[in-house]
Design a protein around this ligand. Sequence first.
Ligand code: IFM
Length: 728
Amino acid sequence: MKNWIIKEEWFNNQEITANENRFLCGNGYLGIRGALEEFQKEKLPAVNLSGIYDRVGDGWREPLNAPNPLYTRIKVDGEYYFLPEKEPVSHIQELDFRHGIVRRLTTFRTKRGCVTVEAEHFASMADCHLIGMRYTVTADFHADIEIHTGIDGDVWDIHGPHYDEVVIRQKDMCLVADAVTHENREHVCVAERYRTQAPHEHKTKEEERRALHRICVVTDINKPVVIEKMAAVYTTKDCNDPEKVSEKSVTDSMEAGYEELLKRHTACWERLWDTSEVEIEGDAEAEKELNYSIYHLLSIAPYHAGSQSIPARGLSGQTYKGAVFWDTEMFMLDFFLNTQPKVARTLLKYRIDTLAGAEKKAKGYGYEGAFYAWESQEGGYDACSDYNVTDVFTNRPMRTYFKDKQIHISGAVVYGLIHYVNLTGDTSILYEGGAETIVSCARFYDSRMSERVHSEVYELRDVIGPDEYHERVNNNSYTNRLALFVLREAAKLLSRSKEDKKLAEIFGEMDCEAWEGRFNEDAEKLLQKKPVKNNVIEQFDGYFQLEDTTVDTVRSRLLNEKEYWGGAYGVASDTQIIKQADVVTQLVMFPDDFSRETAWDNWGYYEPRTEHGSSLSACMYGILACICGHPNAAYPFFRKSAGADLKGGGKEWAGTVYIGGTHPAAAGGAYMTAIKGFAGITIEDGQVKAYPHLPDGWKKMRFSVFYQGERYEVVVTSDGAEIKKYEM
Ligand code: IFM
């Protein structure tokens, strides 16, 4: 029997925010941080919404947290009992990650006896606008209890407040909050209703930006008072009258009843797991961590949309401005391609639909084509600021060049698109903007290249690769290789347009033949780094001339532990110490460029020089180690990625700014390490093949993958693999 529960058995003040990430639940439309019901904004509860942003003054533009309809607290005999103010007798918080249900059980000792609060909530997978909660209070004496439950519109914001007004109206027994955003006057409406069989007196209570039902009961000894509550969230992005729609939705759902809605919700989760679960015989811990990672990916996938992507911190809050990075295409996409191909399409459609934003960005720098946003929000707007880091010594913002120089982002978009077409066989995406996107990205690289004087070599100068500690370098190997890929793919498409009328129409006035020739020439001339010193590929021009030292030495030079390692004066900048997998990522993406021996030599060179300062790093080392036939070397990297959100330990604060949250790229990376790495899944001659490299102790892996619209059941052991088409 598999264990699908994660649990914390005692309340720890220090773990509040980490637990809110650990116990997150969501459905792609919204994510609910795993906060306790009584928490107010200083404890960082959030019902974080996808794809809707706001900006106040010069602050960062960030996604919205909806008014919180889970807010609930109790008063016993006139005195409030909630955490952390009152010490509990016992406290348990748990998540059933098979079904996205979060529970808590807390007992307080009061002057006359003990009172236990039991609660569970879920973000409905069956209807992404709905949230369900059951709140139960039991006392071992005749307690005079008030349950205050309603909507807390005083939400946590990093760069807010994002609502100019929050009006909460009571309509019959329904509370409806209408919150109006500052920048675009969008309305975020939340309606809630409760039901209880317990005889009670109902009053309402209004506080600043908060409206609550006061449910007053006198309890029978050990007889639970159960409150069932439904809430609905709609915004003006969903419909014209979100207030009315949310109210109707919550009223209808109340009619269906909590149990029925929970049933529908869990049935949806079962369907998701049917294609997504990965079984690992012989390593229960790894199996649990991996499926917990998958849970996070499933909780944030935009099932509700046709064109939407996933922010780097998922739906766990406003960290990283709720923006979409290369994380989606390079780290999460594989999972969705294998298990929920429709979601993969939605993610890529987002890039297609933000092409205009990418072209505008390129133009702004004087280039042609599409330069995608490094931190992409609505419409492809680049939310990355010029000053992304604060100097801890002077407290001054430091100029960073992430947005200007990480040109590999456009390559990631094309890599994702091609990968999608190859794996799904769905070429329709090319006709719906995909082809234009690919060619536009190629035009960007074409215009971004410079010709080396006195030689026939093209270069990509002044860039930043995945290793962000070394800014403004020339010929980052990863970037040049990815640009080569883009140029070749664009040239192929243009060539296809000779026979494909629809494509020819799409390219319209463009002189396809001339551009095809030009891209092919670019591809031929673009400098590609070859293994040199001891078989190692130089990460960028001059990298080998930098001080060759260790991560520990560089760390020992820090004057302040929060000091930034990169940029102009960072401790790592003049050394070979890198933030995250860079050349190694290139070798994972293009494993057939070099021999396995060369790849392994590069792994051996770069790993000790990698700080792994990004949660994106470990999985690339894990996958490459597997590709090179070293699963036991891969294993700790796999566990690091898979445990990123379960074990926590990531950076949570940068000065006073909260930078914590969940790590969906690490989750996707763990999945890739398992499937691409250990199970060795690959496509060969149009067939799904597996070349397993299982680590010690792993007896068997079992999972499904989709390929060209068909589902395959895969069973892998160290002796080989059995791959069968799925029969209903
Ligand atoms: O995309 C990453 C980047 O590679 C490293 N810093 C964090 C970003 C978001 O996860």
